[in-house]
Design a protein around this ligand. Structure first.
Ligand code: UT7
Length: 332
């Protein structure tokens, strides 16, 4: 069966940089706490009226297409991972479709939060493997900053989450030692409310009301401790699942690109896998946690910095709201 491979990768982050000191002016927090607990020094937040999820996704897509040596009209399908779409309806895939010279191709939205990019990559991979499509665009893009409670109450989440977009173009692999080996997807809905944004939900008489707005139920809510505990277990499990599925040892990994949830989580995984620093790529320090966008942004930066070479074994892994978790193992 044919395999798919990443032909090009791109990213975009909004120009506005928010430092930990900036956050300390909005809420009761400080630079030292944020760096010690999360590793984050600064992050990018969108500027209303300037950036949208679609506009950032477009920039990332243009870069990915350029690096793949392709034009928009050569893309057969769009997979768009986001939990922060510009509109409630329709999804972000179609909004991106109208921005570039795509044909009237299909556009699918994926709502699997931090695991969304790997879920999307897996869907795109199946389309290419079966031969249904030859070139698929996979995007992860988020504006999280407008869903954050920037008061003292919301400080544990609002110091982490950030905005940005990343994109990859997937096409058929040409050589044996190339392309996606496998993807592994999981969920456990029992923990849905440990990291969620309740409103505007549809299961109420009126979706939006002054009471609902006053209750703050449209803010992102996270039980950080619970998420952390599950994350470290599931990240390891799903990476080991990918390695054992392909009969590979952890020492074969050339580059691990974990979802940028918290630097402490990445460091824990690195230590468990006994990987040296140059085999793990982190950029949470100046990008924060951009949910579905972290992995494609990190892949794009790692590629730019020459940290991924052709033939390298790259491992992607993510964990987040749902809970959902996922991994992908691929030869670049
Ligand atoms: O990408 C999706 C998946 N998300 C994640 O993986 C996030 C996982 N969770 C985490 O990264 C961490 O749990 C957090 C960074 C969110 C929180 O770190 P923590 O080490 O788990 O802190 P904590 O919630 O246990 O809070 C410790 C203390 C508390 O004070 P007391 O009760 O000990 O007096 C908090 O009130 O730190 C306090 N605190 C803060 N202090 C300053 C919580 N947030 C802040 C803050 N600044 N921003």
């Amino acid at each position: 069966m044919r395999k798919s491979r990443i032909l090009g990768v791109g990213h975009y982050v909004p120009s506005k940089v928010v430092t930990n000191d900036d956050l300390a002016e909005m809420m009761d927090t400080n630079h030292e706490w944020i760096v010690e607990r999360t590793g984050i020094q600064s992050r990018h937040w969108f500027t209303p009226g300037e950036d949208t999820v679609t506009s950032m996704a477009k920039e990332a897509t243009v870069m990915a297409l350029d690096r793949a040596g392709l034009e928009a009209h050569e893309i057969d399908f769009i997979v768009f991972a986001t939990i922060t779409p510009d509109y409630f309806i329709p999804g972000n895939g179609v909004l991106l479709q109208r921005e570039l010279n795509f044909g009237n191709i299909g556009a699918l939205d994926i709502r699997n939060a931090c695991s969304g990019f790997i879920y999307g990559l897996s869907v795109a991979d199946q389309f290419i493997k079966t031969g249904m499509y030859n070139k698929v665009l996979v995007v992860g893009a988020e504006i999280q900053s407008s869903a954050l409670d920037k008061s003292d109450e919301g400080r544990s989440s609002s110091v982490i989450f950030a905005d940005g977009a990343g994109a990859v173009v997937l096409g058929a692999a040409e050589a044996d030692h190339q392309g996606i080996l496998s993807t592994h997807l999981h969920s456990e809905g029992a923990y849905a409310e440990e990291l969620y944004c309740k409103d505007p939900g549809s299961s109420r008489e009126t979706r939006l009301s002054p009471d609902l707005i006053n209750s703050g139920s449209f803010f992102l809510k996270m039980n950080g401790n619970a998420v952390f505990k599950h994350a470290v277990v599931r990240f390891m499990e799903v990476i080991e699942e990918a390695l054992s599925h392909n009969q590979l040892d952890k020492s074969a990994i050339d580059l691990l690109v974990p979802h940028q949830a918290n630097l402490r989580i990445s460091q824990y995984i690195q230590q468990k896998l006994e990987l040296p620093d140059d085999k793990v790529f982190n950029n949470i320090m100046d990008k924060g946690n951009t949910t579905a966008a972290t992995i494609p942004i990190a892949l794009s930066e790692a590629w730019e910095q020459g940290k991924i070479k052709e033939g390298d074994l790259v491992c992607l892994a993510a964990f987040g709201s749902g809970f959902t978790w996922a991994s992908a193992l691929l030869y670049w």
